[in-house]
Design a protein around this ligand. Structure first.
Ligand code: SF4
Length: 314
């Protein structure tokens, strides 16, 4: 081979290598933008845990999994609970009072509250159930319509943390709306705003937990106060929102914190209802139930800023 031909061949190899390097870099950027990493772990961005999940493994909530490099919710349409409840049980005191609502839940949660009232399903994964009822969004919508004759106004996504399977909420809620019924979301508010934005067009009312007003309270429960505050603020711009604080002695019972919490809520809307509910021993927490006198004292503190403060579980 002449030296000219040799040079041309080397140049060709160099440019092909440069092209392959660029393609590789573009591919990596694309994968990273989709939440994938080079070794096929996938990052879930539904909540601020941003779990980095290896292929075949589950995220912290036990409801989302890396299936071949893509994060999916495994609890889609797999129901552990279904009941026709008074809407006041969600709790919602100022949204269609006196109505019934078809309430459904699955499994999984992204917090780890030691006092969880529904721990049998919220702390569970699919392998903990022998039988799960599979209900497609279409089927759920027909069930909701059938229950209209018993006073049902729509569907409530509740019991476990519904946002760990937000895709099911979104797909069902769209159909329920098309059928002229309402959607209620009961959530801990520990989700990123893009997830909320996907749901807001279809959700009519929410009850959102506000489990305390200090970052360290949320850290103890495996959550992030800032995320929940941003969630509440955005949700309240689009739908009816009521808040629930389960008062646990020694965790979130400081009147000064309640005062700051109520002031913060009031700057969003002084008429936003706040439910102060009574803790009872459950799951990993065995301390005595919250004293009624403590709830009443905190209610008075909250009422300095808020017009609608209610006691629950009393
Ligand atoms: S939703 Fe579940 S898998 Fe996704 S980041 Fe949160 S805890 Fe992790």
């Amino acid at each position: 081979m002449s030296s000219d031909a040799n040079c041309q061949e080397k140049e060709l190899v160099r440019s092909q290598m440069a092209l392959r390097t660029q393609e590789f870099m573009d591919g990596q950027t694309m994968l990273r933008n989709q939440g994938f990493t080079e070794d096929q772990t996938a990052v879930c961005r539904v909540c601020p845990h941003h779990c980095n999940i290896p292929v075949g493994a589950f995220g912290r909530c036990r409801a989302r999994k890396n299936a071949g490099g893509k994060v999916i919710c495994t609890n889609y349409g797999k129901l552990t609970s279904m009941a026709l409840d008074p809407i006041e049980k969600k709790p919602l005191a100022y949204f269609l009072p006196g109505s019934m609502i078809l309430s459904v839940g699955s499994y999984g949660c992204n917090l780890s509250c030691p006092f969880c009232q529904n721990y049998e399903i919220s702390m569970a994964g699919e392998s903990d159930f022998r039988i799960l009822q599979e209900v497609s969004p279409q089927k759920l919508c027909s069930l909701a319509m059938r229950e209209a004759s018993r006073g049902n106004v729509g569907v409530a996504y509740t019991y476990n943390e519904a946002l760990t399977g937000y895709e099911y909420v979104r797909d069902s809620a769209r159909l329920v709306h098309e059928a002229g019924m309402v959607n209620v979301l009961v959530t801990n508010g520990m989700a990123e705003l893009p997830v909320l934005e996907e749901l807001l067009p279809f959700i009519d009312a929410m009850n959102i937990d506000l489990k305390g007003f200090r970052p360290d309270v949320y850290r103890k429960l495996g959550g992030a106060l800032g995320t929940v505050k941003a969630f509440i603020t955005r949700a309240s711009q689009n739908c009816h929102v009521e808040l629930t604080s389960l008062i646990v002695p020694g965790l979130n019972d400081d009147p000064a914190d309640m005062e700051r919490q109520a002031e913060w809520i009031a700057q969003i809307d002084p008429r936003m209802p706040l439910h102060l509910t009574r803790y009872f021993p459950r799951y990993r927490m065995h301390e005595k139930p919250t004293e009624l006198s403590l709830l009443t004292r905190l209610k008075k503190v909250a009422q300095k800023s808020l017009e609608r403060v209610l006691l629950g579980n009393v």
